[in-house]
Design a protein around this ligand. Sequence first.
Ligand code: HSE
Length: 334
Amino acid sequence: MHHSYSAGSPSDNAAMTTASSIERGVARAFGPASLSNLGPGFDTLGLCIDHAGDVVEASRCDDPGVRIVSIENDDGLLPTEAHRNTAAIAAKHVLDAASADFGLTLRITKGIPFGSGIGGSAASAVAGAWAANALLDEPLPKSDLVEAVITGEAAASGSRHGDNVLPALFGGLILTSSSDPTRYRRIELPRELSIAVLTPSIRILTREAREILPAQVALRDAVHNTSELAFLIDAFHAGDWETVGRCIMGDRLVEPVRATLIPIYDDVRRSALEAGAFGCAITGSGPAMFAICPGPVEAQSVLDAMLDACRRSGVESSGFVAHADGCGVRLLDE
Ligand code: HSE
């Protein structure tokens, strides 16, 4: 069984935003989903994935500032006030940084369920920033939008972290500093990575999932996480997915606390491993979970096993098989 999101897949939009649409003052951007933390890399490591994302359409207007005209597929849950919405905040940041003499109206289409753990607020923030940027007289490179997207994401999560927005902006695997998220490094993946992504229909807000974390941790656990993260980065460099899978299960600081918010956590993890996954963990603040798999065929079997585990527990879930997206945010045709 194949589960996928319909909204906002870039493959549905073959061509890029045309020069003529930009000339008419309209730009549509696709912001991809991302997996963050990846086990021991809390606020430090994130991976851009294909298969899901949000779309933001920005239109130039004479009135200054940014206004949201519509949000689709959010079940009415996202704020439409521009100063509280990640896409609008990021877009406004871009306009302000460029001293633009125009404003924007935004139409947001969510392809990522609210509170799902696969970087929905980040996807909207990068799409908002990239669409706004395309309409500038002199668009900036992605590296100049880092502050805008981190600021946008902070509106949703209550903290400045880059492990979803930076992968969604640049694509690929991104290492970012937890104390200064504007400091980052892109890690090249040497070969294709297949991932089963499960999105249970439980809603967890990042802000709340951060508040339950301990202010202090044991030194031995911190040291354990540090060494697991070092092995994880090395394994990513090497394309050693078996070791990646083992390392993503090595978080002793955050995941054990957050697992208590996900009643199916143990069953899903066990089922994924029994079905052949190299490792399985929570992504971001959850409830989504992901499993590193030997290949795309195995990833489908692992996903089916994870979905079966949810079904047995009566928790409605969907999911998809994903790969790393090396591109990040991009413009779409109209
Ligand atoms: N690193 C973040 C967290 C990702 O786990 O809270 C979610 O935005």
